[in-house]
Design a protein around this ligand. Structure first.
Ligand SMILES: NC(=O)c1ccc[n+]([C@@H]2O[C@H](COP(=O)([O-])OP(=O)(O)OC[C@H]3O[C@@H](n4cnc5c(N)ncnc54)[C@H](OP(=O)(O)O)[C@@H]3O)[C@@H](O)[C@H]2O)c1
Length: 308
């Protein structure tokens, strides 16, 4: 497919900003702004009333995107646990609204879901594994998937877990590790929690290719390496020549987090791999790309891209 007009909700978020950077030379990108202001070279910033189907319909009918990528949501697991009604609104209601409007206007939709939907006892999870949400975040994201697919029969729902460079008000998991190690701070990382992280750019690229192939319904798009949080931090430290000794073993079993969390969130991306005819990549290549992004100015650019 040629140049497309793509509108990304949650424009000030970690995923949306990296998605925009990854796609802006190839496509026309519109980032939908909520509370925080966005200023990013080569993309357009717009307002979108995600909480009103009627207003959003008029706005999208004006912009006429070929594709909407819905990333907006309440992403802090503990905040969702503290405020389940807000989480329900931000994660389930807004996703349903976006899907309804896209269906009404005939716009293709990629909805971003999560690897957090399971109880963590039987990973890696395929698309047909039965979700068993352990907390409010997971419950509202599962509801979002169901409502999106009910409202928009052609929607592509991507389950994932990603990382990339964040902005000054939103540090990513990899930022937190890298900045701490650069400041000589020791980190306690869970060695009893497993996941399959993917670099945000690789996720964006795979999601677009799946959408262009007409994929619909749920697809896992995750990294090929199943690692513990501890192992992820250790490999990242090594890739950036930072002191591995500062990465210390911790256990979620001994921690006091508000919301219960799955111990194994790893996803099996076989279906996406088959359709795309390529694997999703692993931590070594993602860290290499992350370093090259830093050298190319992405980290600095994103640090300054969002303000209150
Ligand atoms: N981060 C991860 O590792 C991870 C893992 C799996 C899945 N996901 C999913 O991936 C998606 C993107 O995550 P992210 O980490 O990029 O998110 P993020 O950095 O936390 O950003 C969330 C975005 O949603 C917007 N937003 C929040 N509440 C809103 C509302 N009521 N109305 C409109 N916009 C609202 C925020 O705007 P303001 O800042 O202006 O409020 C922000 O732009 C989410 O759907 C998340 O569930 C994330």
């Amino acid at each position: 497919m040629g140049r497309q007009r793509i509108l990304i909700t949650g424009g000030s978020g970690l995923l949306a900003l990296n998605w925009a950077c990854c796609m802006r030379s190839e496509h026309e990108i519109h980032l939908a702004q909520h509370v925080r202001r966005i200023n990013l070279r080569g993309v357009q910033v717009t307002s979108l009333a995600l909480d009103s189907v009627e207003t959003m319909s008029r706005q999208l009918a004006r912009i006429r995107p070929d594709l909407v990528v819905h990333t907006a949501g309440m992403t802090s697991v503990d905040e969702c646990e503290r405020h389940p009604d807000m989480a329900h609104h931000a994660n389930a209601i807004l996703a349903r609204n976006v899907a309804e409007v896209c269906a009404r206007l005939g716009i293709r939709l990629i909805h971003i879901s999560t690897d957090h939907l399971f109880d963590g006892k039987n990973g890696p999870y395929t698309e047909d594994a039965v979700p068993k949400p352990l907390n409010a975040y997971a419950r509202t994201k599962l509801l979002a998937e169901q409502r999106v697919m009910k409202a928009h029969a052609g929607a592509l729902v991507i389950r994932t877990n990603f990382f990339g460079w964040g902005h000054a008000l939103r540090r990513s998991f990899s930022d937190w590790i890298l900045y701490s190690l650069r400041d000589d701070q020791a980190l306690t990382m869970f060695d009893d929690v497993f996941f399959t992280p993917i670099l945000a750019d690789r996720l964006a690229d795979a999601a677009h290719r799946l959408a262009d192939l007409g994929a619909k319904g749920v697809y896992n798009v995750a990294g090929e390496d199943r690692v513990s949080k501890y192992e992820f931090a250790l490999r990242l430290a090594r890739a950036f020549s930072l002191p591995e000794v500062l990465v210390q073993h911790g256990r979620i079993a001994a921690s006091r987090l508000l919301a219960e969390r799955p111990r194994d969130m790893s996803l099996d991306s076989t279906e996406a791999r088959k359709l795309l005819g390529a694997n999703m990549g692993g931590t070594a290549e993602f860290f290499d790309a992350l370093r090259r992004q830093d050298e190319g100015g992405r980290r600095e650019e994103l640090l300054a891209a969002v303000s209150e």
